[in-house]
Write a protein that binds this ligand. Structure first.
Ligand SMILES: Cc1cc2nc3c(=O)[nH]c(=O)nc-3n(C[C@H](O)[C@H](O)[C@H](O)COP(=O)(O)O)c2cc1C
Length: 316
């Protein structure tokens, strides 16, 4: 099989990728999505400060499984020197790629000039990419938004700066920081970025169905499509299945597999707590009765959780 595209010399097979999502794109969920057909694994964003100062829970963010490769560590900060120091340390864990977050709209991140806050400082973006690409052996990529707000949509300038300073791929979420998650993603802008640079471009924003994957590709010409929120409702989208096409026994088995991995990674009680929020999303179409749902989503006991799941799917 021929690769769909390359991140520098790294072949990527497939045209749909799970988005980095804080609180969701952990090892258990990523590995499930990768098995279902996501072409690569982006981690949740990793704060450079947590790397440099060895946050006690950093190990949960940097653990990955070899089957997930190509594995992309995503990093965020506002300080080029600290991003470089963190990236050098992260490289020692053996990722295939390091990605810099230029898109996070959360006030606590963008307000201090990190994430989408960097879009307001193109000279800093140039410095970050020129320093990282010279110092690291792995490719360095970017995930951007269209700009800070409606009047400063500088995505073409930013994309060119990233490419000129050695960036190997650009993922574009078609909204500004000001939009956060409101309005519609601007797929025309993603198409413009695709035309403006010669590195691969991943399009992102509002892909919810299998048909949307093809629509975004046709509309933008992007090399791959990145899916975030819709993948938490339907990770089977990576196998090109819409949610209503997924057999209940598949949902059941996926929940049990992911639970096992979540308990392995986080231990108890956190492993079950994290898993409960995925269960709420995967089980949404079944319209569970309120009392039952409350029990399922508040239990502290994995055995009780599994028993309740089994009863939904009629397994004794
Ligand atoms: C809960 C949540 C957490 C997110 N965390 C990150 C993150 O850590 N890094 C990042 O680049 N984008 C993050 N995003 C943005 C997504 O990667 C993606 O760009 C956005 O959700 C739009 O894609 P979608 O319409 O497919 O959801 C997050 C989004 C959500 C909803």
């Amino acid at each position: 099989m021929l690769p769909t595209f390359h991140i520098r010399e790294i072949p990527i097979y497939g045209d749909v990728v799970l988005a980095p999502m804080d609180g969701y794109s952990d090892l258990p969920f990523r590995s499930i999505c990768r098995e279902l057909g996501s072409a690569a694994s982006y981690t949740e964003f990793i704060n450079a400060i947590d790397v440099v100062y060895s946050h006690p829970r950093l190990h949960e963010r940097v653990r990955f499984s070899p089957q997930e490769r190509p594995l992309i560590f995503q990093i965020f900060d506002n300080n080029p020197e600290r991003i470089l120091q963190a990236a050098l340390r992260l490289q020692e864990y053996g990722p295939d790629v390091i990605d810099v977050n230029l898109g996070c709209s959360a006030r606590g991140v963008s307000g201090r000039g990190a994430g989408a806050g960097l879009l307001r400082a193109p000279e800093k973006i140039a410095e970050i990419f020129s320093r990282l690409t010279r110092a690291l052996s792995v490719p360095v990529t970017a995930k951007i938004r269209l700009g800070w707000d409606r009047s400063t949509r500088n995505y073409l300038e930013v994309a060119r700066i990233i490419e000129q300073n050695g960036g190997a791929l650009i993922a574009v979420h078609g909204r500004t920081r000001q939009q956060a998650y409101t309005g519609a993603a601007d797929w025309d802008a993603i198409a413009e970025v695709r035309q403006a640079v010669s590195v691969p471009v991943i399009g992102n924003g509002d892909v919810r169905t299998v048909a949307d994957i093809e629509r975004m590709k046709a509309h933008t010409g992007c090399h791959a499509v990145m899916i975030g929120r819709a993948a938490v409702d339907n990770p089977w989208i990576f196998s090109r299945l819409d949610r209503e096409q997924v057999p209940p026994e598949t949902v059941h088995h996926t929940l049990l597999r992911q639970l096992q991995r979540s308990l392995e990674l986080y231990g108890q009680p956190h492993g079950l707590v994290v898993m409960r929020k995925f269960a709420a999303r995967y089980l949404k179409p079944y319209g569970l009765e309120a009392d039952f749902r409350r029990r399922l989503l508040t239990t502290q006991q994995p055995d009780e959780f599994i028993g309740l799941l089994n009863s939904i799917f009629d397994v004794v």
